[in-house]
Design a protein around this ligand. Sequence first.
Ligand code: ADP
Ligand code: MG
Length: 229
Amino acid sequence: MIVLDNVCRTFRIGEELVKAVDHISLKINDNEFVAVVGRSGSGKSTLMNLIGALDHVDSGSIIVNGTDITKLNNRDLAEYRLKSTGFIFQAFHLEPLYTVYDNVRIALMIADIPPRLQKEKVINVLKKVGLESKNGVKVSKLSGGERQRVAIARAIVNDAPIILADEPCGNLDSLNSGLIMDLLKTLHKYGKTIILVTHNINDAKCADRIIELKDGRVIRDEASDLFSI
Ligand SMILES: Nc1ncnc2c1ncn2[C@@H]1O[C@H](COP(=O)(O)OP(=O)(O)O)[C@@H](O)[C@H]1O
Ligand SMILES: [Mg+2]
């Protein structure tokens, strides 16, 4: 379970203080599929970065399976990022000149998975995202939809229980968005906790629950079948 208690994150832009996340408290159960919606600038990415420990809170706590990640030292934070969470961004964050295979393998190398185990794990996740036949191709030669599937493969190769996807379909056409959403639904079915930021209400409806942010606060939090615009 993920428990946020009174989490705040403020940025200073010149003279102005922006409360990107303003006293957010919420609980997300294991294997829940949550969509986070809200206008641009409402704090969605900041919230995701805090849960993924890519950014630090100013105050409040984030307790993941009993551990307050805001209190971890750098070493334990690195371990948390690698083993507990898989992060998928809108702008893929891949190495364009490396092959599909190597882009995924990097995550295993960083996690100190022995080289003899790496190949099977990489090939397995590439099968799951339908890119097995492209494993030797440089990422720069792939389409946007294929790149996002490589990013998903990299996010899931360490078998982390929590998948954080920040507008993963933001740059994709509807066909490729559909493929990515199907992958997220499959991961959910296999027990992962999914937190998805999206602008697309149909994608949000794939989740069990929709959380709407405005000015860094939660203004709505309800079952997705009750949610209407
Ligand atoms: N690294 C940063 N430095 C300064 N301001 C930031 C930073 N990240 C986010 N913000 C500000 O915090 C607010 C929320 O941003 P963000 O979480 O990116 O919103 P969203 O993802 O919903 O579009 C915005 O006003 C944004 O300008
Ligand atoms: Mg964002």
